[in-house]
Design a protein around this ligand. Sequence first.
Ligand SMILES: Nc1ncnc2c1ncn2[C@@H]1O[C@H](COP(=O)(O)OP(=O)(O)OP(=O)(O)O)[C@@H](O)[C@H]1O
Ligand SMILES: [Mg+2]
Length: 270
Amino acid sequence: MSDSPKVISVTSGKGGVGKTNLSVNLACCLAKNGKRVVLLDADLGLANVDIVLGLTPTYNIFDLFHGKTLDEVLCETPYGFKILPASSGMSDMMSLETGQKLELLEALDELEDHIDYLIVDTGAGIHDNVLYFNLAVQERIVMLTTEPTSLTDAYALIKVLKQRHGVDRFKVIVNMASSLGLAKDVFSRLYTACDHFLEGVSLDLVGTIPRDPLVRNSIIKQVPFCIGEPNSNAATAMQAIATVVQNWDTPEILDGNIKFFWKKLLFRAS
Ligand SMILES: Nc1ncnc2c1ncn2[C@@H]1O[C@H](COP(=O)(O)OP(=O)(O)OP(=O)(O)O)[C@@H](O)[C@H]1O
Ligand SMILES: [Mg+2]
């Protein structure tokens, strides 16, 4: 495994499947394991990482143009990781002039030597903004639940990324399952559909998280469930997922993984 930071998106076809909760709790678990983690809140519609955590970041990525340093823009959480708020202006970011994009790239480049993981919490669906983030990252975690619409929407997202953009490696997490058997059955149905209709796609089940009423308690308290309810079934599942993520052998990009991510995002062909 390389020492270069890993850039991972948490994404889904259908909304409300648990991406933000997973992103925040994965960040917590990795930080507890001594990793340096930044969570990029890339959900353009509802930037809700801060709501889940009960934090109000003072600055966002655009303040890098207004004299703020990256250190100032990064919002510290009480759980050992930082948030990089993207604000709702990511599409504005893509229409910046080249000079400004380079300036931004330089400022964000600093992350390369200072973190181990950049986790990107995306919006749901197959809109361009969601796709761009998923194209720029190294690994994509597609989340779904046991609801049939969530399965068809996950398949639709994978299909677009594969057929239009050639992405063929996906990690999968089944959330809110009432039993392990049901979760595995949903993964198996997704796997079979991809195997039949999308040639060359590799799907890996990272783990499953049970439906757990203690998750809701933590949301009300605005504390990640891994911290607030460490003995809950969801927290146990989350720890196991973090261990799997830490053991991924992600291919290294010579140019630097973080640099590659921002470059791809900012200078994508329109
Ligand atoms: N394992 C779980 N057990 C019980 N409830 C859960 C679990 N995971 C998530 N939830 C519930 O699902 C709701 C949606 O979760 P979350 O906001 O993380 O989804 P999301 O995919 O980020 O949504 P969006 O697509 O709107 O960004 C949460 O409010 C929480 O109550
Ligand atoms: Mg969300």
